[in-house]
Design a protein around this ligand. Structure first.
Ligand code: GLC
Length: 578
């Protein structure tokens, strides 16, 4: 179920905020019809602030901690930092429940710390994208407190209320609630309020123009500070039919179809673009890409003036506990690439804070293959068309921690689902096996900096356990090893930066029916790269159908790459075809 929740989350909302860059030199044309933008050429590095670096020993990562690691981030060669929410919050959902959009979460520091962080980022030539969580707020936000207080409050219409004398509203599915009921009865005014996520995350009423202006004001506040972009959390859910019509029985099995892309979503995005994006040099990406390619294009095609890039969940949802089918994986990536070959722009990613660890899901975290498969996944993400998003720690090959007891977990929806199963007599053993693979907490353990106290993350007690494999996997050891995952990641980043063909070049899938290897070319203006990736733990044969006698290997995750035609376990190699 939790997997379903996570999948649903992922599938729905990814609209990423655009970096709107107006620098002339970045908009020059290469190749025919290629419109260069800084946010297309950028590599985004996602920092989960709670887990990155703690500076004051309270066991919770913070802004000063991030500041102390900016040189590390810069050394990776990435361009943009995406920070998960750092606003004031009671932390029901680790900051995705905001109680003051202009304040900083006390565990993370102060506004002065934020200003220093932003300066430190800009001084290093990096950019900052912030999460914007406005499908819902916290129930501890002033707006909600006032909205709740009386039916005649001027803030009543900032949220969705249904007076109880009208009877129970038609059912709505909550992703995070213990009973999955998205309507919560509030006796104070004898009415129900809507919460697609937890009870502490009431949905904001986007149909109210006053609320929309409040949000644009908040966005301008941060844009005026100089941030470089927004990621619109769960925004696909924002627009709603406020008559709350009855949906067919069983709608909850496919609730995304009903939740994503509500009636006026495009109008709101156009308005947001006109009010905010168009006035600043910011990028925009929404979580989710709607329910179809048409939806995704309508969100991001440049002539529509909505968002910059789509962030679609279909691929990231493929990995299951029992594994995944590489043919399916290739088909999904190829289909999305071809749908965006001429128009619009995509994000490329396989991990984020709502996912378990990259190498544990899409690679192989057995010590025999971890390093190789982590390098293979970096080769893949950084050689595809689209803007790559990289999640902290994946450059080290960090793995799932292997939690075995419910007490190890911190994630609210995981704990709620556990309670639900307990109450309804569900299969707890199965659930524990399931979350060991899929819970979001797998991807939230502290960054493994070194072998000092609590992996160099904190001098206090970490808010979530550290991974016990830190002696084998940590940044300090990998710094010293020229062959480490970390240094391979840096090489791959450099390769992408030096070869614009890896950003914009045409993608062609080769050896299509090969069930074990992913083979493709990227080409632009006479430059051509062949990428060969063995996703399996065995030797495999490949048939790219390209004469490689006149070619050179530009990167390989083995000391010596295999001869053309075969690949060793998890081998990744890129040729420049001359
Ligand atoms: C998005 C976030 C997720 C959060 C949810 C509710 O899906 O990525 O972490 O729990 O929205 O805000």
């Amino acid at each position: 179920m939790v997997k379903k929740l996570i999948i649903s989350l992922i599938c729905s909302f990814i609209f990423i905020l655009p970096f709107s860059c107006k620098q002339k030199n970045e908009e020059t044309q290469i190749g025919k019809d290629i419109d260069r933008k800084w946010w297309k050429e950028a590599i985004v590095y996602q920092v989960y602030p709670r887990s990155f670096k703690d500076s004051d020993g309270d066991g919770i990562g913070d802004l000063k901690g991030i500041i102390s690691k900016l040189d590390y981030i810069k050394s990776l060669g990435v361009d943009v930092i995406w920070l998960n929410p750092i606003y004031s919050s009671p932390n029901d959902d680790n900051g995705y429940d905001v109680s003051d959009y202009r304040g900083i979460m006390k565990e993370f520091g102060t506004m002065n710390d934020f200003d220093s962080l932003l300066k430190g980022i800009h001084d290093r030539g990096l950019k900052l994208v912030m999460d914007l969580v406005v499908n819902h707020s916290s129930d501890e936000h002033e707006w909600f407190k006032k909205s709740r207080s009386s039916r005649t409050s001027p803030y009543r219409d900032y949220y969705h209320w249904w007076n109880a004398e009208r009877g129970k509203p038609s059912p709505r599915y909550s992703l995070f609630d213990i009973n999955h009921d998205a309507w919560k009865y509030d006796s104070l005014t004898n009415a129900y309020y809507l919460h697609y996520f937890s009870r502490k995350q009431p949905d904001l009423n986007w149909e109210n123009p006053k609320l929309r202006q409040e949000v644009y004001g908040i966005m301008k506040f941060w844009a005026d500070k100089g941030i470089d972009g927004f990621r619109l959390d769960a925004f696909g859910f924002a627009a709603k039919d406020t008559t709350f019509p009855e949906w067919p029985k069983g709608y909850e099995k496919n609730f995304m179809k009903y939740y994503a892309m509500g009636p006026h979503l495009h109008d709101y995005l156009k308005e947001m673009n006109a009010e905010v994006f168009s006035k600043y040099n910011v990028m925009s990406v929404a979580e989710g890409a709607g329910n179809s390619f048409e939806d995704a294009h309508n969100l991001v095609d440049a002539d529509r003036n909505e968002l910059n890039m789509a962030y679609a969940f279909e691929a990231v949802d493929i990995a299951k506990r029992e594994g995944y089918d590489l043919l399916h994986f290739k088909e999904v990536f190829s289909r999305w690439d071809s749908a965006f070959a001429d128009k619009g722009w995509l994000s490329v990613f396989l991990a984020n804070h709502d996912q378990a660890r990259l190498v544990s899901r899409f690679g192989n975290d057995d010590p025999a293959y971890r390093d190789l498969s982590a390098k293979l996944l970096a080769t893949f993400i950084l050689s595809m068309r689209g803007t790559p998003y990289w999640y902290y720690g994946d450059e080290l090959g960090m793995t799932n921690p292997g939690f075995t007891k419910i007490e190890d977990y911190r994630d609210m929806p995981t704990l709620n689902e556990y309670k639900h199963l307990k109450e309804t007599g569900g299969n707890i053993d199965l659930f524990l096996q399931e979350i060991k693979f899929s819970s979001r907490d797998n991807g939230r353990t502290p960054m493994q900096w070194d072998t000092s106290s609590h992996v160099g993350f904190t001098t206090g007690t970490p808010w979530i356990q550290t991974n016990s494999n830190y002696k084998m996997i940590n940044a300090s050891a990998q710094e010293k090893d020229s062959n480490s995952c970390l240094n391979y990641f840096r090489k791959m980043v450099r390769l992408r930066k030096e070869n614009v063909a890896l950003v914009y070049g045409k993608y062609t899938l080769l050896d299509k029916t090969n069930p074990d290897a992913y083979v493709y070319t990227r080409e632009l203006d006479g430059k051509k790269f062949l990428i060969l990736l063995n996703f399996k733990n065995k030797n495999v044969t490949v048939d790219p159908g390209i004469d490689l006698t006149k070619s050179r290997i530009i990167i390989s995750n083995y000391m010596t790459a295999s001869a053309p035609g075969s690949l060793k376990p998890y081998e990744a190699v890129i040729y420049e075809v001359l």
